[in-house]
Design a protein. Structure first.
Length: 648
């Protein structure tokens, strides 16, 4: 045994450490700075936080019980990373005959985050429990300058009437846009598995890189959604991005590596993590941080290999790890998710009925009046402090972190937009199913298969047949619709006496409304079926042709009218080309491939909702289905068209 043999160094390390080291061979210290791009509620997963005083707020932020500072729990982030990794890399697993989903099978998420023991009845050979290789610390929120925790209010929208549901008013604390968290974690690597674990944690962290994971297509359509944090993520809240990553590798089988890691206390480690995110060797993505660190360490080891044989072994070990990292990373790039992204551009505008229904004349010059014309919108919110004494109500604005600063922008509102889509889709499904005349509350508990299918995608207050608790929506609103090209207007209104027609004294109100503008709204659906795609096509046709759909206050006097400017459905499936369907072309052009594709979707919708296998089949009893739910235009195509739409 020579003086440069690896066993000599391990013996020296044992003497230095007071015994043979147990546990991992390598530890990677990983730190990142997360930035909230919008206001976000990170709660305590309880009706009220146990350390919080009684207040009028329904949903309180999770706070450290000692310092009372808002925090992001390690378990929350670990769960989000695990879910993203499993969703992206592990094919969906359904329950087996024993009722245990995924019994006897472990995926890549289990490799990184650990798994419980597999029970004997679920597998031929039982598998022991494994611990997570990734340790994550709680992170404290750092608020931006001149920003405070605020309370956001909202109402649940009745799915039938489109108005605020009585008694469904909620208040929740939110962290302001621009809030940051410095997250520290440690990856504990056993012998021979370093490249794989590094690839898995890099793939999981890709969900924090950007909302679209950097996969935006050439035509500007968003890619798959990234990780969202906190509550109401299905209504556009919780967008987060990892601004910077910093890593440090410790080889615990060398005296230098062991001492560099264990000779520091927790406070020193956290301080170094924060400082590392401000240095020049920080990276925008964890993948590039790991790649750069492995390359730099190998280069340094090769420089010393001429006079230090141990450095040569280290260089070869790092080269194997580097190669395995890239190999495993390439193997994980294949996305197993089936994702549909519904991208619609809405304009605050009103389209005249005469734009699609022939009329004897249109205007004084005989020219057709097509529109649309800009409208006004008021999704009510508390006015900003500088306008409290000037106006009674103001249109809703939300903060958005961009280009290093927070900007307040008007929006359509996540709850309002989703309620509009859901209300329209609900009416269409009920008409296809022949239950449009049935009260909505009865339909919700009727056990109708059409309702169960609708609730699967759009959510419901009750379980199947009226039993059980609420069901969440599987359609998720990624973007709440930030308005651009709009103008703020100040309007006044008064109450008119219904008997005499005079104004009522003391009933003069001033509102700040938004006039005109466009907003892009994005909906995501996992494992969508053709029936859902057909329903979304009909929803677009409704908003595109019927001039009476609206959101916000003042709908009875013409406020809040919306119309569709563009609508695209992007379908992504593993191993297939991305399919892009222009829904407006499907409506307007009977000869387009988009129309043919939509026809197949609508046929599946009528099957699923109980309207028959072929929505355009001859011999359909009169009145069996409403014209709104049937394809119009070229009847043989079975696709949606604007040509036969009436006044709604």
């Amino acid at each position: 045994m020579t003086g440069t043999d690896p066993q000599v160094f391990e013996k020296r390390l044992d003497e230095f450490a007071g015994g043979a080291p147990a546990g991992p061979r390598v530890i990677w210290e990983i730190s990142t700075r997360l930035r909230l791009l919008g206001d976000t509620h990170i709660g305590s997963a309880a009706p009220s936080a146990p350390h919080a005083a009684e207040s009028e707020v329904d949903q309180l932020l999770d706070r450290d019980p000692v310092t009372r500072e808002p925090r992001l729990r390690a378990s929350t982030l670990a769960g989000l990373l695990r879910h993203h990794l499993a969703d992206r890399c592990d094919p969906p697993v359904h329950a087996d005959a024993t009722g245990a989903a995924g019994a006897g099978r472990r995926g890549w998420a289990d490799t990184l985050f650990g798994a419980p023991a597999v029970p004997e009845f679920a597998a031929t050979d039982t598998e022991p429990a494994t611990m997570s290789a990734l340790d994550i610390d709680d992170a404290v929120a750092v608020l931006p300058e001149d920003a405070n925790i605020t309370v956001r209010v909202g109402n649940r929208i009745d799915p039938d009437s489109g108005t605020a549901a009585p008694g469904a008013f909620w208040r929740m604390e939110v962290l302001p846009a621009g809030t940051s968290f410095t997250v520290t974690m440690r990856l504990r690597v056993p012998d021979g598995d370093e490249g794989r674990l590094l690839a898995l944690v890099s793939t999981a962290a890709a969900g924090l890189a950007a909302d679209s994971e950097g996969e935006t297509s050439d035509d500007g359509l968003p890619g798959p959604a990234g990780i969202r944090i906190g509550a109401r993520t299905g209504r556009g809240y919780g967008e987060v991005v990892a601004e910077a990553w910093h890593v440090r590798r410790h080889d615990l089988h060398t005296p230098e590596g062991w001492g560099a890691y264990y000779a520091r206390g927790w406070e020193e480690r956290w301080k170094e993590a924060r400082n590392g995110l401000e240095t020049s060797d920080r990276h925008a993505r964890l993948e590039s941080a790991v790649d750069g660190t492995l390359a730099a360490l190998r280069t340094a080891a090769l420089a010393e290999a001429g006079h230090d044989e141990r450095a040569g072994w280290t260089a070869r070990d790092l080269e194997r790890t580097h190669t395995a990292f890239h190999h495993e990373l390439d193997a994980r790039r294949a996305d197993v998710r089936c994702r549909d992204t519904f991208v619609v551009t809405l304009a605050v505008a009103e389209r005249s009925t005469r734009s699609f229904v022939p009329a004897p004349f249109d205007d004084l010059d005989g020219a057709p009046a097509t529109g649309p014309w800009p409208g006004v919108l008021l999704v009510g919110d508390t006015p900003a402090p500088d306008r409290l004494g000037e106006v009674d109500r103001a249109h809703r604005t939300r903060p958005r972190y961009s280009d290093g600063r927070v900007q307040w922008r008007p929006e359509l509102g996540g709850t309002a937009v989703f309620a509009l889509f859901k209300r329209t889709a609900r009416g269409l499904v009920r008409e296809i199913a022949g239950t449009a005349e049935q009260p909505g509350a009865e339909w919700d508990v009727s056990g109708d298969p059409a309702h169960n299918w609708f609730a699967h995608w759009w959510g419901s207050d009750t379980g199947p047949g009226g039993d059980g608790g609420p069901r969440p929506a599987r359609l998720r609103l990624r973007s709440p619709g930030v308005l651009s090209e709009s103008t703020r207007l100040r309007t006044t209104r008064t109450t008119i006496d219904t008997l005499f027609g005079d104004t009522v004294d003391g009933r003069l109100f001033t509102d700040d409304v938004e006039a005109g503008g466009v907003a892009r709204v994005v909906l995501d659906a996992a494992d969508a079926d053709d029936a859902l795609r057909g329903l979304l096509t009909l929803v677009v046709r409704e908003l595109y042709t019927v001039p009476f759909h609206s959101i916000g206050g003042g709908a009875g006097v013409g406020h809040g009218r919306l119309t569709v400017r563009s609508a695209v459905l992007v379908s992504r499936r593993p191993g297939e080309e991305t399919e892009r369907t222009d829904l407006l072309r499907a409506i307007d052009d009977p000869a387009s491939p988009d129309r043919a594709r939509a026809a197949d979707w609508l046929a599946e919708l009528h099957k699923e909702a109980g309207g028959g296998a072929d929505p355009s089949a001859a011999g359909t009893p009169s009145g069996a289905r409403s014209p709104r739910a049937q394809p119009s235009g070229a009847a043989s195509s079975g696709a949606a068209s604007s040509g036969g739409e009436g006044n709604g």
